[in-house]
Design a protein around this ligand. Structure first.
Ligand code: ADP
Ligand code: MG
Length: 700
């Protein structure tokens, strides 16, 4: 059979209707699909052992001669054995094959084979069960590095490898997909070499070269695709042009003067909004840098121009807080602020929806409920997503489609994130956004002092709580309970604890109230509380009526009580560093010296080191890089929330240097040929299309 890239797998040796269906399930129907089905791992079968030297328990190759004709025995229905003794100059090995009757004929006494399997020792007897074997000198699956493929039930790795081997001759017919100058400039192997060696590597070095080329390719297409996404948005000519206004008008509403960084970002936003093109901007700023004011400014501009703005917060607690503060702030300007969350009563919801549809609310604050189906806006011009790296590309797309129904152009989108992420990663996750950075904290803030404390200091810590409260300050105590409902947002701690810990937050509060602080006013807050209770607790804390708030991480994102000066985090080792940094950001927001106490009983030296890192720096970027190193990109890439296409080879946290290279190459190419219309670049366009098949609007 002369295989071409389009040869259907049904024509391959070893593939019948049934197996074809299984292959289809893996997305494999033609020869070239197989070639793009990369191994997930490799097994080094190069070293050939003697029988005596073979280390027991691991899969290895042994070269030996069949010392006898295989003996076949039927033990019972459905169980048949073939047994044979093989020898070399160091000893004998006893082979047993289960239900592989053909072995009786396949192995011949006196002939030499390579056997691949794990040696077991039974007393002095060495045995091997179900080895793979081949004639010495005619090997295809031994004596080399073998690929291990991602499988599905009913398809063995052996079969997959044999199919790929059948497909391999057609690599020469595959068009090279990376333009020659890029390959040359970045030292990348040709596609043919790369594909041959990613499947059947000659040696480690060849594998490395192959992997580099194919990983680069993946990251390169990703970068090109994201650039397209962004250019497409920019090319959409129409968006509401929001006229600029004198900034002082807004500044008089604020109780403080903005920092230079805030002013700069406000200018960037105003320029975007007035450009007549849709804004797609990410504002990154460490906790406490004052992102809310910046978002408020954007919403205010829209409202003053007669449009609507929707601000989405990740939790109800936060939405309510924004609602309260924005109402107060914007009332003098005549801006009507409304709240829409999942926990309103049906009739309240109905009312707010009607107001949104009729344009009686200018500035809507809410949770995801705001973009859920059935919510219509009168003249929506701006969507602000607060505090979330959890809004991925897909969600942003959904947002952008929001107002098209009402005959309005797509809204401007502003994403606010307090999770400082390494720059390269930001370029990927937010590759389709412009980025503004608020790199300055409001003046007069003294850095939060952070202490790592062990259980034996608990009493002293309670005294410290008392002292803070006696000075009029307020205190948070955080417990790592898990509450994770979409409505209440991300409340779970990494390293998850059992739901039983939910009780911990309640019983702990009771304990504290009864035994430790009978004279203080304690409050309790967790995600699953009734919304009204939650709101009441938070409001009481804001008003200063609650002195100590015991809470789960529901307060993690964005809650702002400047009078709080101490946060105590129980079981601190169970949280990720970035999350701890966010939690710590709940204090130090006012003029008082603030403290963060991390309590831990951990015995892990590594966990202690992580906590000490946090104690030693307040630089959010450094912390997130440490976090990334220690925990991998789970936080950033968990559940594919970023909405990016699936990568086959690239590890978006580990392949940073290569990622940067690929991004440069993509930018360079797109500068020369923005629409990839040159014939040389058409294959790139094709590959990017395939990769972003789930985000179809990218090419419209
Ligand atoms: P974050 O960036 O974490 O969302 P916020 O917007 O909640 O920060 O602001 C944190 C606190 O700092 C709030 O109490 C806010 O009123 C205050 N704040 C913001 N900007 C300034 C500023 N320029 N000067 C003084 N206080 C400010
Ligand atoms: Mg905030």
């Amino acid at each position: 059979m002369a295989v071409t890239p389009d040869t259907p797998l049904l024509e391959f040796t070893g593939v019948g209707e049934q197996r074809f269906k299984k292959l289809e399930k893996l997305g494999l129907t033609k020869a070239d699909d197989l070639l793009a089905h990369y191994p997930r791992d490799y097994e080094d079968r190069r070293k050939i052992y003697t029988i005596r030297e073979a280390p027991p328990g691991q899969r290895i190759c042994i070269s030996a001669m069949a010392a006898e004709h295989p003996r076949r025995a039927r033990i019972r229905k459905g169980l048949e054995l073939v047994q044979v003794k093989v020898v070399d100059h160091t000893g004998a090995l006893h082979l047993t094959f289960f239900n592989q009757g053909y072995v009786e004929q396949a192995l011949r006494a006196g002939e030499e084979y390579i056997f691949f399997g794990a040696v077991e020792e039974q007393g002095r007897r060495r045995t091997m069960i179900n080895p793979i074997f081949e004639h010495l000198g005619k090997q295809s699956v031994t004596g080399r590095i073998m690929p291990i493929y991602p499988l599905t039930a009913g398809l063995s790795n052996h079969l997959m490898a044999s199919l790929v081997r059948q497909a391999l001759p057609c690599v020469a017919a595959l068009p090279e997909t990376l333009p020659q100058p890029i390959r040359q400039g970045h030292n990348l192997a040709a596609l043919e070499y790369a594909l041959r060696n990613i499947h059947f590597p000659q040696d480690e070095h060849a594998l490395e070269i192959a992997r580099r080329r194919l990983t680069f390719e993946e990251l390169f297409y990703l970068s090109v695709g994201l650039s397209f996404l962004r250019h497409r948005r920019e090319a959409i000519s129409l968006a509401c042009a929001i006229p600029q206004r004198p900034q002082e008008e807004f500044l008089t509403l604020l109780p403080f003067s903005p920092t230079a960084a805030q002013l700069r970002v406000m200018d960037e936003i105003a320029a975007d909004l007035s450009s007549g093109r849709p804004m797609n901007r990410l504002v990154q700023g460490d906790v406490g840098s004052g992102k809310t004011a910046v978002a408020t400014y954007a919403g205010w501009l829209c409202a003053m121009a007669g449009y609507q703005c929707a601000l989405m917060a990740p939790t109800e607690v936060l939405a309510e807080q924004h609602f309260r503060s924005l109402s107060a702030l914007l009332a003098p300007a005549g801006v009507r602020v409304g709240l829409l969350t999942g926990s309103l009563t049906p009739s309240e919801k109905k009312k707010v929806r009607a107001q949104l549809a009729q344009g009686e609310i200018d500035f809507a604050v809410g949770t995801h409920a705001l973009i859920s189906q059935g919510v219509e806006f009168h003249r929506l011009a701006l969507i602000v997503a607060d505090e979330q790296h959890r809004f991925g590309v897909a969600q942003r797309s959904a947002l952008a489609g929001k107002s098209e129904t009402g005959g309005m152009p797509p809204p401007h989108v502003l994403v606010m994130s307090a999770t400082p992420i390494p720059r390269t990663l930001a370029l990927i996750i937010y590759g389709d956004l412009d980025i503004s950075i608020i790199n300055e904290l409001p003046p007069g803030r003294t850095p939060v002092e952070t202490y790592v404390v062990r259980e034996d200091k608990r009493q002293r810590m309670y005294q410290f709580v008392r002292k803070q409260v006696s000075q009029g300050r307020q205190v948070y105590i955080i417990c790592p309970a898990v509450e994770d409902t979409p409505e209440n947002g991300p409340e779970s701690a990494w390293g998850a604890s059992s739901p039983a810990d939910l009780k911990a937050v309640k019983t702990y509060t009771e304990h504290l109230q009864r035994e430790v602080f009978p004279d203080l006013t304690l409050g309790l807050l967790y995600g699953k509380m009734k919304p009204k209770e939650k709101e009441a607790a938070m409001a009481a804390f804001v008003r200063g009526e609650i002195q100590v708030l015991v809470s789960t991480t529901v307060v993690e994102v964005g809650v702002d009580v400047p009078n709080a000066s101490l946060i105590i985090i129980e079981n601190a080792d169970r949280f990720g560093l970035s999350q701890l940094h966010q939690l710590r950001g709940r204090v130090g927001r006012g003029k008082h010296q603030s403290y963060c106490v991390l309590i831990t009983a951990t015995r892990s030296a590594e966990a202690m080191t992580r906590l000490r890192t946090l104690a030693s720096t307040t630089d959010g970027f450094r912390i997130s890089e440490e976090d990334l190193k220690a925990r991998g990109p789970g936080d950033f890439f968990g559940n594919r929330q970023h909405g990016l296409p699936q990568m086959k080879l690239a590890d978006l946290s580990g392949d940073m240097a290569l990622l940067q290279e690929a991004q440069q190459a993509a930018n360079q190419l797109l500068t020369q040929d923005p629409a990839l219309t040159s014939p040389d670049n058409r294959p790139v366009l094709q590959r990017v299309r395939n990769m972003f098949a789930d985000t179809p609007d990218i090419f419209n």
